[in-house]
Each structure stands twice: as C-alpha cells, then as structure tokens.
Design a binder for this molecule. Structure first.
Ligand SMILES: [Zn+2]
Length: 79
C-alpha cells in the first residue's frame, strides 16, 4: 500500500515539475528581438515625462498624457 502511495507522490511531483517548467517556458519572451507583440506599447507623458501603457493614456491634440489631470495641466500652461 505504501508503495502505491509513494508512486502516486512521485507522479504528482513529476506532474507539478513539468507544469511549472512549461509555464516558465511559455512566459519567456520570444527571442526574435524584432517585435514584441506580447508587451504593450508604452507612451511618455508630455507633461511629467512618466512612461505608461499606451492604452491608459489620454490623447489631446497630437500629444499623450498619463492622466486627464496632466492633460488639463498642460492646457493651462501654454509653452
Ligand atoms: Zn503625466
């Protein structure tokens, strides 16, 4: 009986090992280097210069800002 339990444990450990290993491989970025489709495009705030995901940005007259506050801030101070 103990033999079977040990066998089961070994099988479980092997399964867990393969599972975690597979996850690590799939997480690794593609070694092409030309394009990175998995990574979201980043943009730079025209007001404070912070980098943020493009989808979270606020666009205004050809410029992009990290938040609507900074868009308003930029509108207030003409330069
Ligand atoms: Zn900003």
């Amino acid at each position: 009986m103990v033999k079977y339990l040990l066998l089961l444990l070994v099988c479980f450990l092997a399964y867990a090992f393969i599972k975690t290993k597979g996850r690590k491989i799939s997480k690794r970025p593609s070694d092409g280097g030309h394009s990175s489709p998995a990574v979201e495009d980043m943009a730079r705030c025209a007001h404070c210069g912070v980098h943020f995901p493009l989808s979270e940005g606020v666009r205004s007259s050809g410029q992009i800002f990290c938040s609507s506050e900074h868009r308003k801030e930029r509108d207030k101070t003409p330069s």
